[in-house]
Write a protein that binds this ligand. Structure first.
Ligand SMILES: NC(=O)c1ccc[n+]([C@@H]2O[C@H](COP(=O)([O-])OP(=O)(O)OC[C@H]3O[C@@H](n4cnc5c(N)ncnc54)[C@H](OP(=O)(O)O)[C@@H]3O)[C@@H](O)[C@H]2O)c1
Length: 330
């Protein structure tokens, strides 16, 4: 005969198992099955159909551009450096010789440049895809008041991650409304799933992107526009500043393949199974424990950054003194 406590224990255990199985099945559905069974968006790449990608010279933006070219879209690639854009374009053309790529060097932190963006967009016949990817972060995790050149960093983060992201949508979306079709991916971050200490401004700008995306998705779904809020964990790009990929830090190529399978299936997503697992663990642990672990982790990243800087400075000082010695002996 089982007592009431054993009965409650059994219910809780079964509840947890059902919940985990449900989450696993959902991940399987959103990251693979849904798209295989045709529930994702239809990609309609052609020479007349454009994909516009911001922050396209490296990292995720480069990989998005590459995948769009592979899907036969004409691609407009935007970022600041013309040289970096040219290299990125050449690399994609070497792989896909028939690709139709156009580059637009533009600093999106400057409001005056939105007119240039608008004029360029006007010339494109049909914009089917807009990857609102460009974003900036801190150089390393830091307490708000100790961020080097704090005012500059705040301005840059808000200008690029908030103002540009919003204004570019305002410019691109009317074309999609007229076409009664469009696919938009806005880059938020896992740093917006809960407030991220030592990355406070970045985290706050990314929750803005998430709310904006989800609200606009509800407003414009009936007009044929699919809008996704993408909230990834770390991906191996220059921004992540990591040397090696791992289970939780996928290569950009693998990550974007997975993201594109979720478009049209998930309005808000991490885009990749291992990042979904991270969020699941974060939520399951509860705020107190996950906030504590997050703080320990970011402090460790900050400490490692300081140690790296100290080693670099020591090396420079050593080199300078050996150069001076050589000069004196000569
Ligand atoms: N990588 C990750 O682990 C990760 C995780 C979560 C979310 N995200 C988000 O994903 C997006 C892409 O990240 P990423 O890792 O690919 O970044 P990244 O490696 O730093 O690349 C950033 C791209 O943006 C361009 N860019 C930077 N400032 C710009 C400006 N003011 N105007 C125009 N272009 C500018 C850069 O090229 P130029 O230097 O030529 O301008 C580059 O092409 C960001 O929104 C980021 O917040 C990334």
């Amino acid at each position: 005969m089982i007592n009431i406590y054993q009965l409650i224990g059994q219910f809780v255990t079964i509840g947890i198992i059902v919940y985990i199985v449900f989450k696993l099945l959902y991940t399987l559905w959103s990251c693979w099955l849904g798209s295989i069974l045709g529930f994702g968006v239809e990609w309609k790449g052609s020479v007349d159909n454009w994909a516009v990608v911001t922050g396209a010279s490296e990292g995720l933006g480069y990989e998005f551009s590459r995948k769009m070219a592979q899907k036969r879209y004409s691609v407009l690639m935007i970022s600041r450096s013309e040289e970096k854009l040219r290299k990125a374009k050449n690399k994609i053309e070497a792989e896909f010789p028939k690709a139709n790529l156009k580059i637009l060097p533009l600093d999106l932190s400057k409001a005056g440049n939105f007119t240039i963006f608008e004029e360029t967009i006007e010339e494109l016949e049909n914009i089917d895809v807009f990857i609102n990817n460009c974003g900036v972060s801190y150089k390393y995790p830091e307490y708000f008041l100790d961020i080097p050149l704090c005012d500059q960093v705040i301005d840059n983060l808000i200008n690029v991650n908030v103002i540009a992201v919003t204004k570019l949508l305002r410019i691109v979306m009317p074309k999609m409304v007229v076409q009664s079709r469009g696919i938009i991916i806005n880059l938020s971050s896992i740093a917006a799933v809960s407030p991220s200490p030592l990355l406070a401004v970045y985290s706050a700008t990314k929750i803005y992107v998430d709310f904006l995306s989800r609200a606009l998705s509800k407003e414009y779904k009936s007009k044929g526009i699919v809008i996704q809020s993408l909230m990834p964990g770390y991906v191996l790009t220059p921004m992540a500043a990591m040397r090696k990929s791992s289970m939780f830090v996928p290569k950009a190529d693998k990550f974007i393949d997975s993201v594109l399978r979720t478009v049209g299936i998930e309005e808000q997503t991490q885009g990749y199974w291992a990042h979904k697992l991270l969020v699941f663990l974060q939520k399951s642990l509860g705020h107190t424990i996950s906030d504590y672990l997050m703080m320990v982790w970011v402090k460790d990243v900050r400490k490692r950054y300081y140690n790296k800087m100290a080693r670099q400075q020591a090396r420079k000082a050593e080199q300078l003194s050996s150069n001076n010695k050589k000069l004196n002996t000569n």
